[in-house]
Design a protein around this ligand. Structure first.
Ligand code: HPA
Length: 267
């Protein structure tokens, strides 16, 4: 048995055999959404190969259960490239998700905005992304499956359903391009000006490697950013991780309404 099969089997013994339909990965300051699930919480520390999430503002539990009539697996925290220099840090959790039967995953994150019309507290559905880090979680993968097409990586049907859910829930949700910057230092104002020219609408330190891994694994994927600050040089606001955690709940409340409606529509 592979390591991910073993971990999936362990999760089934604790949370039950019913297949999971969808995964949700929660970003900085968004971890409390896991508490909304009616199910079984398993600490990452009990799950071999799961990240020992070391970023404050994350909730390192996997919660498997029901949310709005859909069986979900909610990842209360993620591992980032910048923690250990491993771009594939989320590979095993996503393999486990697929092993639990999921058809897809919705990724969430905290991000800085490059668009004046998308202020702190906004949410943005990713229409596409720019891998500004140049890193790739599939480096070292030896099979031809590593040549993953990314033309339609952000699933069109999920995105349309999320947009419809936002409208139904009365939440304004922007759509735009997310650029992955490795972190953990924030960007310079010159880097943000460069990213603007390149076509980015938001910037953050996660998600893109997970989109690549999800597509590699055959999972459908969509992602939503909560805007916690204007990007470097765009406002007088001080950028810090403390600020990210303090601001995330504003967008998180909107995100929760959109995700609940999306799940109700899926059910
Ligand atoms: N840059 C990168 N990552 C972030 C930001 C930012 O401005 N805000 C929240 N996560």
């Amino acid at each position: 048995m592979s390591k991910s099969d073993e971990t999936a089997a362990l999760i089934r013994t604790r949370a039950g055999d019913a297949p999971v339909r969808l995964g949700l990965v929660l970003g900085s300051g968004l971890g409390h959404l896991a508490d909304a699930v009616d199910g079984v919480a398993i600490p990452y520390g009990d799950l071999p190969g799961f990240p020992h999430a070391g970023v404050s503002g994350h909730n390192p539990n996997l919660v498997v259960g029901n949310l709005e009539g859909v069986r979900v697996a909610v990842f209360g925290g993620r591992a980032h490239y910048y923690e250990r220099g491993n771009a594939a840090a989320m590979r095993l959790p996503l393999e486990v998700l697929r092993g639990l039967g999921a058809e897809g995953v919705i990724l969430t994150n905290a991000a800085g905005s490059l668009r004046p019309d998308m202020p702190t507290g906004s949410i943005m559905c990713l229409s596409d992304h720019i891998n500004f880090s140049g890193l790739n979680p599939l480096i070292g993968e030896a099979t031809d499956a590593r040549f993953v097409p990314m033309t339609d990586a952000h699933d069109a049907a999920y995105r349309a359903a999320l947009v419809a859910a936002a409208a139904q829930a009365g939440v304004t949700m922007a759509q735009g391009v997310y650029a992955w910057y490795s972190g953990p230092s924030f960007e310079t104002p010159a880097e943000i000006r460069a990213l603007k020219i390149l076509g980015a609408d938001a910037v953050g330190m996660s998600t893109v490697p997970e989109v690549i891994l999800a597509r590699f694994l055959g999972l459908r994927v969509a992602a939503i950013s909560t805007i916690t600050n204007m990007a470097a040089g765009m406002s007088a606001e001080k950028i810090s991780h403390e600020h990210t955690k303090a601001m995330a709940p504003i967008g998180a409340a909107k995100l929760e309404r959109v995700l609940r409606q999306f799940l109700r529509d899926l059910a």
